[in-house]
Design a binder for this molecule. Structure first.
Ligand code: NDP
Length: 277
């Protein structure tokens, strides 16, 4: 078994982004909007802001109260849509219940939608004409490329079908030439399906649910899940201990997919900036 060192791959990606930024005539700009004071969201936003600083981006961290009205939030996004310093706009999810998440995402200009969640960008990914691609699945593809996997013709199983991870992940693998099965909460015989997979990507949100005995010998296992146990320990959706000696490659949690998501957000912001200058 070999560990896919997401921390190192993300560090190399940030280094490459930084050296490209040094050669641009202006810094790429990212605006991150945080609504309310959810502690986990605040940590994610702070990490994004720090990552921007590290690679020499211009960054705006915009804090809004939890009771912001829909109109106020949309007008903030519209302002950023026309701000020439800003190449990427990200609204940290989840939003408070009184706000329409879908409308918020659709209000972000598709050219600045560095999360890749706008229906126009998802549509382009579906058509295999991608523009801005969702960060977590794109980051997984970078990891697979880094370890030198030839994806063409591989049998892949994606567990989880969310709009932000599972579905775009399946599209990424399909676009790369794989045969893809998408599993979800109503899938029958998940272990049987996993047993046929050369590459498994799991994004469910249930700690350690995927067991090593369900995995084919030598498969590549990518664990997107991030779960905090009562003990405070962070674990993935894959039972690492029982899987590590069966998989040929496996991502750890933490230090796997997580760091790739933020590095890919920077990569998307850089490419959005390059489109404009
Ligand atoms: P969602 O809750 O939006 O989606 C979970 C998916 O898992 C759904 O499609 C659901 O099925 C499916 N599911 C639930 N129970 C089962 C089950 N028993 N068997 C098979 N499938 C099941 O989660 P997200 O996609 O947003 O996130 C998933 C995990 O990834 C979380 O742990 C999250 O923290 C982590 N994450 C990590 C990121 C990173 O950067 N590393 C980024 C984003 C998320 P159904 O559709 O039928 O409801």
């Amino acid at each position: 078994m070999s560990i896919i060192d997401g921390k190192q791959i993300a560090k190399d990606l940030r280094q490459s982004i930084k050296s490209q930024v040094d050669n641009l005539n202006r810094a790429p700009g990212l605006a991150v909007i945080l609504v309310g004071d959810d502690p986990a969201s605040a940590v994610y936003v702070r990490n994004k802001d720090n990552a921007c600083k590290e690679v020499g981006f211009y960054s705006e961290k915009i804090d809004k109260p939890a009771d912001i009205t829909q109109e106020e939030l949309l007008s903030e996004i519209k302002r950023l849509n026309t701000d020439d310093r800003i190449d990427g706009i990200l609204v940290q999810l989840p939003l408070p219940n009184h706000l329409d998440t879908n409308l918020v995402i659709e209000t972000i200009s598709p050219e600045k939608d560095v999360d890749g969640f706008h229906s126009e960008n998802i549509g382009k990914l579906m058509q295999n004409k991608p523009y801005l691609r969702p960060c977590t699945p794109k980051g997984v593809m970078t990891m697979l490329a880094t370890i030198g996997v030839d994806i063409v013709g591989k049998d892949c199983v994606v567990v989880g079908a969310s709009n932000i991870v599972g579905r775009p992940m399946a599209m990424e693998l399909l676009n790369a030439g794989a045969t893809v099965t998408i599993c979800h909460s109503r899938t029958q015989d998940l272990p049987g399906k996993l047993k046929l997979a050369d590459i498994v990507v799991v994004a469910v949100g249930i700690p350690q649910m995927i067991k090593g005995e369900w995995i084919k010998d030598g498969a590549i296992v990518i664990d997107v899940g991030i779960n905090r146990l009562d003990s405070g320990k962070l674990v993935g959706d894959v039972d690492f201990e029982s899987t590590k000696d069966i998989a040929s490659w496996i991502t750890p949690v933490p230090g796997g997919v997580g760091p790739m998501t933020i590095a890919t957000l920077l990569e998307n912001t850089l490419s959005s900036c390059k489109e404009k200058i």
